[in-house]
Design a protein around this ligand. Structure first.
Ligand code: DGL
Length: 276
């Protein structure tokens, strides 16, 4: 069991930001990544559709043999974690929402947290629920930012145009924030979508240096390590673990756009086309 790969899936290439963090904190682990690019985006779909897609994607990884499932997609984590845990009871299933919520609670000083995510993630209230569970006096505001997904996929992550779009979403909360005893000005942003870390510098330019920006990828990687240790699933080989990629659509597009998210070139030979 310990030598099996960790299965990681996302609606597309965005989850490679989580893979990148896992590669540096778990260099010995083998990883099998599935990007369901044919059905991207999940973030605008109904709850029923997201659950169906997520169970099919995870099922493909389990069929190949994985020792743990990591849901790198915030939308699927927000909506489908329980159905996935029920569908695959024999292996640990971890999502990115809980670690991201915990990191935002650790970062905030005044308890006022803004969650930036897809429409479905915000609608499902999962981040809000997890934050309130850890910090009942928190003030949480969810902002759906669907255009950020397209910008990141296009590689448009900085410049005047991008910052203009960021400001359009965030100015109502950050341009002249109310700061009263009842309503604190937000001091923390959680990037509740796989794509948003690519826009972090532009978000920083718009909101200024005083706001904490939390990326759930790093904390998820640490949470994965903890789960592996607790379940005696750590791979003890000396050699570095390999990464293999599965995609449900065009292999060369996956390799090309995926390289932007991973920050490293992805070889086409390491990517396999699969049907779910
Ligand atoms: N991976 C999704 C997420 O983290 C973003 C892209 C999509 O909408 O499918 O929410």
């Amino acid at each position: 069991m310990t030598t099996l790969p960790i299965g990681l899936f996302d609606s597309g290439v965005g989850g490679l930001t989580v893979l990148k963090a896992m590669r540096s904190s778990l260099p010995c682990e083998e990883i099998l990544y599935l990007g369901d690019t044919a059905r991207l985006p999940y973030g605008t779909k109904s709850q029923e559709t997201i659950v169906r897609y997520a169970v099919q994607a995870a099922g493909k990884l389990v069929e190949r043999g994985v020792k743990m499932l990591v849901i790198a997609c915030n939308t699927a984590s927000a909506v489908a974690i329980e159905p996935l845990q029920q569908a695959f009871p024999n292996i640990p299933v971890l999502g990115v929402v809980k670690p991201g919520a915990a990191a935002s609670c650790a970062a905030t000083e005044n308890g006022s947290i803004v969650v930036l995510a897809t429409e479905s993630t915000i609608r499902g209230n999962a981040y809000q629920r997890e934050i309130y569970a850890l910090k009942p006096d928190a003030q949480v505001t969810g902002v759906p930012c669907p255009l950020f997904v397209a910008l990141a996929e296009e590689g448009w992550t900085n410049g005047e145009l991008v910052e203009g779009i960021v400001a359009r979403y965030l100015d109502p909360l950050f341009a002249s924030p109310l700061d009263t005893a009842q309503q604190k000005a937000p001091d923390t942003i959680v990037l509740g979508c796989t794509h948003f870390p690519l826009l972090a510098a532009s978000i920083r330019n718009v909101v200024g240096d005083s706001v904490h920006i939390v990326d759930s990828a790093e904390t998820t990687a640490l949470a994965v390590k903890k789960v592996l240790q607790e379940n005696n699933l750590v791979r003890h080989e000396e050699t570095c673990g390999r990464t293999k990629f599965l995609t449900t659509d065009d292999v060369s597009r996956f390799a090309r756009t995926g390289s932007l998210f991973l920050g490293l070139p992805i070889e086409i030979d390491d990517v396999e086309l699969v049907d779910l």
